[in-house]
Design a protein around this ligand. Structure first.
Ligand code: 5GP
Ligand code: MN
Length: 338
C-alpha cells in the first residue's frame, strides 16, 4: 500500500464504521483465514464488524478461531441483506472482481459503502476506494498481516489472529512450497508462531482429518487420471455419479489436482468436476514454470486466478468439456513442450 492509501485507511478506521468483510464464493483457507483475522483485528479496534460468505466452506476449516461468527448468505439471506444495508465500509478479500462472489455480486454492485480490496490475483477490477493488490504475494493472509502493520496494529496480533493468518498462508502456499513463498513469508510465519499459532496443530487439523470416503474418492480420481505425454499434461475427471458413490462432501476434492504435477515431466495438471446441482463442470488448473493457467482459464474456460493456479467452469457436459479441452490444448503444444 502506498502512503496515500495508508492514510486513507487510517482515517476511515479512526471513526466508527459498520464493516462487512466478504471472501470469494467457495472460500478456501486463505479466504476464510484472512477474513477472520481481519474481523478479530477490527473488533479489537472497537469497530462493528461482520463476515459474510457467499456460501458454505469445507469442514476442515471449521475449527478456525471465530469461524462461528461467519454468516452464510445461502443460509441466512435476509439477515445478510440487512447487514449489507447498514454497511459503511466493505472489505473484499482474496478476490479481484465482484463476479467471484456468486449471488453477492449484485448486492456489492448496488452498495453505497466504501470498498477496500486486499487481494493477490491478477487483473484487479477498479471498484475500491483503496486497492491493495499485489500478485507477488503468497496469500491474502500475508497481505492482511502487512495491512495490520501498515495501520500500526502489530501489537494487536493475538493467538487467534495468528492462527487464522498462519492457516491461510499455509494452505495458499501448498505448505510453504510454491514459488510465491518468499523469505518474507517465512519471517511472517515465524512471527505468527511467536504470537501463538500452533503450527503442528494447524497442519493436522487441516490435513489429517480425512474421512475414509474422501480417500476412496481420491482413489477413483487417480484411477481416472489421463496423461497426455505430448502436451506434458495430466487431467482427472470426476462425474457426479462418482462423487455420489463416495459420499462427497464440500472440500473433499481439495488438492486432488496437484497429484498430476507430481508426475515427472508434467507441467500442466487439470481436474474436471461435475456439479449437477449448478449445472456446471468446475475446473481447476495447476502448472509449473511459465505456462499461465490464468490466461488459459480466462481465454477458454470462463475463469482466472494466478499464473500457476487457476479455476474456471464450463456449461457443457463433462465429456464435451474434456473434448473441448483437448482441442484447445493443441494450440499450446509448443508452449507446453518448451
Ligand atoms: P481452485 O482451483 O483451488 O478452486 O482455485 C485456484 C485459484 O484460481 C484460486 O486463486 C481461485 O481464487 C482462482 N479461481 C478458482 N475458480 C475461479 C473462477 O471461476 N474464476 C476466477 N477468476 N478465478 C478462479
Ligand atoms: Mn488466496
Amino acid at each position: 500500500m502506498n502512503l496515500e492509501d495508508i492514510s486513507t485507511v487510517k482515517s476511515l478506521l479512526s471513526t466508527p464504521q459498520n464493516i462487512v468483510i466478504v471472501p470469494h464464493k467457495n472460500p478456501d483457507g486463505d479466504a476464510i483465514g484472512s477474513c477472520l483475522a481481519l474481523y478479530i483485528f477490527l473488533k479489537e479496534m472497537g469497530q462493528k464488524c461482520s463476515v459474510i460468505s457467499p456460501n458454505d466452506y469445507p469442514k476442515f476449516l471449521k475449527w478456525m478461531p471465530e469461524n462461528g461468527s461467519i454468516l452464510n448468505y445461502e443460509k441466512s439471506q435476509s439477515k445478510c441483506e440487512e447487514v449489507f444495508k447498514e454497511a459503511s465500509l466493505i472489505f473484499t478479500l482474496d478476490f479481484n472482481d465482484f463476479s467471484r462472489t456468486g449471488a453477492l455480486e449484485s448486492i456489492l454492485q448496488k452498495s453505497n459503502a466504501d470498498f477496500i480490496m486486499i487481494d493477490h490475483h491478477q487483473q484487479p477490477s477498479d471498484y475500491a476506494k483503496v486497492t491493495y493488490s499485489d500478485v507477488s504475494m503468497s496469500s491474502t493472509c500475508e497481505m492482511v498481516y502487512n495491512f495490520i502493520l501498515y495501520v500500526d496494529g502489530g501489537d494487536r496480533i493475538n493467538k487467534s489472529i495468528a492462527t487464522n493468518l498462519y492457516t491461510g498462508i499455509m494452505t495458499d502456499t501448498g505448505s510453504f512450497k510454491y514459488s510465491s513463498t518468499s523469505s518474507k513469508t517465512h519471517r511472517i510465519v515465524a512471527d505468527l508462531i511467536d504470537k501463538g499459532a500452533e503450527n503442528m496443530r494447524i497442519h493436522s487439523q487441516v490435513f489429517d482429518t480425512n474421512s475414509p470416503s474422501r480417500l476412496h474418492l481420491l482413489g477413483v480420481a487417480l484411477k481416472n487420471m489421463v496423461i497426455l505425454k505430448d502436451y506434458r499434461t495430466a487431467f482427472i475427471t470426476l462425474s457426479q455419479e462418482e462423487l455420489d458413490a463416495n459420499n462427497f462432501k464440500k472440500g473433499d476434492t481439495e488438492g486432488f489436482v496437484n497429484y498430476g504435477l507430481t508426475l515427472e515431466g508434467i507441467v500442466l495438471a487439470v481436474i474436471f468436476i461435475e456439479n449437477r446441482e449448478e449445472g456446471i463442470i468446475k475446473i481447476s488448473f495447476r502448472s509449473v514454470g511459465d505456462f499461465s493457467v490464468n490466461e488459459f482459464a480466462r481465454n477458454h474456460f470462463n475463469g482466472g486466478g494466478h499464473t500457476n493456479a487457476a479455476g474456471g467452469r464450463s456449461n457443457i457436459s463433462l465429456e464435451e468439456t474434456v473434448a473441448k479441452f483437448k482441442t484447445v490444448l493443441a494450440a499450446y503444444e509448443n508452449q507446453l513442450k518448451s
